[in-house]
Design a protein around this ligand. Structure first.
Ligand code: CTP
Ligand code: MG
Length: 380
């Protein structure tokens, strides 16, 4: 089954206020829209993602989504349903996850449940029970409403694409707040799966403070360490941190022997409790013979992202008598940041000699130490 994520972000966020439409405001330093898109894109069941944006939001959206694989931005309409319709017209495949950009935190387990439901249902939505008393109001409180059969309905919602498209074609009511009413009107049963409070929509100004607080409390930092050594052998150049460095000697190894990327990859795997580089890319596997180590680092980053981790920082110390690292430091930093999808200030590269002592001092090889800091915890 191929599944496309369709994120609707074409609203003006009038109730939230705040100058810029709420989907472009920052939470934990990242635009709300980017949180929402990343959470869906990173789920292994999602093959493609498209984003529907509002009139005049193209530059904001481009900046918020830089580097993500989301194809062309789609222009939405004046009501949410118009935006969803525009999105549906642009996508293909078996299933679609329609999601509000204003719900930045989507746990992968919710997507697991939605996708599983599509085996038996044409649509599925995450729901939560209502905790508070519900009542009618007309200046003063009126009669309470029986809440025992009421739920709060969230997004993402999963649908078989043909069913949702057909249901929208038949829909003639006012703009619905989500797709469940469109399917219900077409007489199609929608499965209810367990939702998650993390998915609550940002609607009013106070929701942003609550989301920031929740984010701070929900994330747990962890640190990983990596260490690697490669011996000099044969002629240079040598690979360090994903760039080629001129040197009279090269480094020996099964892959490209990039000791810097190996140490950083191991640090990231360590931070995520994901084993080590040898386990993921065994030297016994011919696939990795002469492989560019950028593959290893990119894979470690993907594994972390699939688990909902945020990578905060990596720091690496290169231990070598020669070549001199200083002149290449910024280039290495830039390349490591590029491979790992980080900004330059999230990557630190340092170098030291061992004052002529030990194997590095005798110029027999190069060693590298790395530390990675990540945050995980809320996206279960
Ligand atoms: N949305 C959309 N197109 C619209 C209206 C809304 O794509 N014409 C999107 C919003 O960007 C949001 C989601 O639908 O991600 C849920 O809508 P809502 O919370 O109502 O967002 P806004 O319409 O932006 O907010 P408000 O109603 O307060 O103006
Ligand atoms: Mg709205």
């Amino acid at each position: 089954m191929t599944t496309t994520a369709l994120i609707v972000a074409a609203g003006r966020g009038e109730r939230a206020g705040g100058g810029v439409p709420k989907q472009y405001r920052l939470l934990g330093g990242k635009p709300v829209l980017r949180w929402a898109v990343e959470a869906l894109i990173r789920h292994p069941a999602v093959q493609a993602a498209r984003v529907v944006i509002g009139n005049g939001q193209r530059e904001l959206a481009k900046a918020a989504l830089a580097g993500l694989e989301i194809g062309e931005l789609i222009e939405g309409g004046s009501e949410r349903a118009d935006s969803v319709r525009a999105g549906l017209a642009a996508i293909e495949g078996d299933a679609v996850l329609v999601h509000d950009a204003a719900r930045p935190f989507c746990p992968p387990s919710v997507i697991d449940r939605l996708i599983a439901s599509l085996e038996f249902y044409e649509g599925a939505a995450p729901v939560l029970p209502v905790g508070d008393t519900l009542a009618q109001i007309d200046n003063t409180l009126g009669a309470p409403v029986d809440r025992s059969r009421l739920v709060r309905v969230q997004t993402p919602q999963a649908f078989r694409l043909v069913s949702l498209k057909a249901a929208y074609e038949r829909w003639s009511g006012p703009s619905p707040t989500d797709e469940t009413s469109v399917l219900a009107a077409a007489g199609i049963k929608v499965a209810a799966v367990d939702g998650d409070p993390a998915l609550d929509k940002l609607t009013r100004p106070a929701d942003f403070g609550r989301a920031e607080q929740w984010l701070a409390g929900a994330l747990r930092p962890s640190t990983g360490m990596g260490f690697d050594v490669h011996a000099f052998a044969g002629e240079g150049p040598l690979m360090l941190g994903g760039i080629e460095i001129p040197h009279e000697r090269g480094l020996a190894g099964h892959s490209d022997a990039d000791v810097v990327l190996h140490a950083i990859t191991d640090a990231l795997l360590g931070a995520g409790g994901l084993g080590d580089i040898g386990e993921h890319f065994p030297p016994s596997d011919a696939r990795w013979k002469g492989a560019a180590s950028s593959l290893f680092l990119a894979r470690a980053v993907d594994l972390l992202h699939e688990r909902g981790a945020i990578i905060d920082h990596v720091d690496c110390t290169i231990i070598a008598e020669a070549p001199k690292i200083g002149p290449h430091r910024e280039a290495i930093r830039t390349r490591v940041a590029e491979i790992a999808g980080l900004s330059i200030d999230q990557v630190s590269i340092k170098a030291t000699t061992t004052e002529g002592l030990g194997f590095t001092g005798r110029r027999e090889g190069i060693a590298a130490n790395a530390v990675a800091t990540i945050r995980t915890g809320f996206l279960k």
